[in-house]
Write a protein that binds this ligand. Structure first.
Ligand code: G1P
Length: 286
């Protein structure tokens, strides 16, 4: 059983400045929930109970969000607002731990902070910028592959060639429902890219990764890259890639964030029909 999830949330969120000057980008809402809550709920649905957030400056709001809010709960209770009470009370059975990354040295460096928490068990890494349609669970498919192979599993998606320089890219061989990874490269130039198969922010890692993360020199962008550690891990073991079947949204940049909100609004039972009517009217007036 995989019981632990690591959520790196130390990024500065510069694409959303000034909104992210004093508050975390992970707390930007998609309708009525912050982005980070979708990540936690996604992990919760596959039975994960222990969460470690790798945080940085200005990330306190994330801790507060997952904390118990006694005063608010009392107020909602006495006002008889039980549905709202349920909405803020859904993390009771989960455990949250937080550790600060000392310097912004990249995703690979952030994951290294999880070593004591992981305690020699496999774990999930979720990059919350990648929001995946909650109707589908890529983690449950990935865990199924992990249970068969006991090896690292990474989520993949075919992206337009013009976008390869925004992702970690893999080369691999398709076998049954997964890819056997043969090479990985962080954010290559389009002309250097071995494929258009991009790494999406869901990983099942084993403690083997720490050995390599600890040895890495800075890579792309002068940062310690998880992709580079995975490439080194290939010398020791197989890595499996799994193409995500659900829709994935990049809520880490403005247009992607807006698209995510639109898609969620179109599925929201409370506002979908009014929102559709608004959109239809608005489009005719473009
Ligand atoms: C990170 C990883 C990259 C991966 C991407 C997925 O990059 O380094 O390999 O493709 O997440 O979202 P970031 O988007 O944090 O720059």
């Amino acid at each position: 059983m995989i019981k632990k999830a690591v959520l790196p949330v130390a990024g500065l969120g510069t694409r959303f400045l000034p909104a992210t000057k004093a508050s975390p980008k992970e707390m930007l809402p998609i309708l009525d929930k912050p982005i980070i809550q979708y990540a936690v709920e996604e992990a919760q649905r596959v039975g994960i109970e222990d969460f470690l957030f790798i945080t940085g400056k200005h990330k306190r709001a994330i801790e507060d969000h997952f904390d118990k809010a006694y005063e608010l709960e009392e107020r909602l209770k006495s006002a008889g607002k039980l549905q709202l009470l349920e909405k803020i009370n859904c993390f009771e059975n989960l455990n949250f731990a937080y550790i600060r990354q000392k310097q912004p040295k990249g995703l690979g460096d952030a994951i290294l902070y999880a070593k004591p928490f992981v305690n020699n068990e496999p774990f999930v890494v979720i990059l919350s910028d990648d929001v995946i349609d909650p109707e589908y669970s890529v983690l449950s498919d990935m865990i199924e592959i992990y249970n068969r192979t006991h090896s690292t599993v990474i989520a993949l998606e075919e992206v337009p060639w013009s976008d390869v320089s925004r992702y970690g890219i893999v080369a691999g061989k398709k076998v049954e429902d997964y890819y056997l990874i043969e090479d990985l490269i962080e954010k290559p130039e389009q002309s250097q890219s071995p494929s258009n198969l991009a790494i999406i922010g869901r990983y099942i890692l084993t403690p083997q990764i720490f050995k390599y993360l600890g040895k890495l020199e800075p890579g792309k962008g002068g940062e310690i890259q998880l992709t580079d550690a995975l490439k080194m891990l290939l010398n020791e073991t197989q890595i499996y890639g799994y193409i995500i079947k659900g829709k994935r949204y990049d809520a880490g940049e403005k247009l992607g964030y807006l698209k995510t909100i639109f898609e969620f609004a179109l599925k929201d039972s409370e506002i979908a029909s009014d929102f559709k009517a608004f959109l239809k009217e608005r489009i005719t007036n473009l």
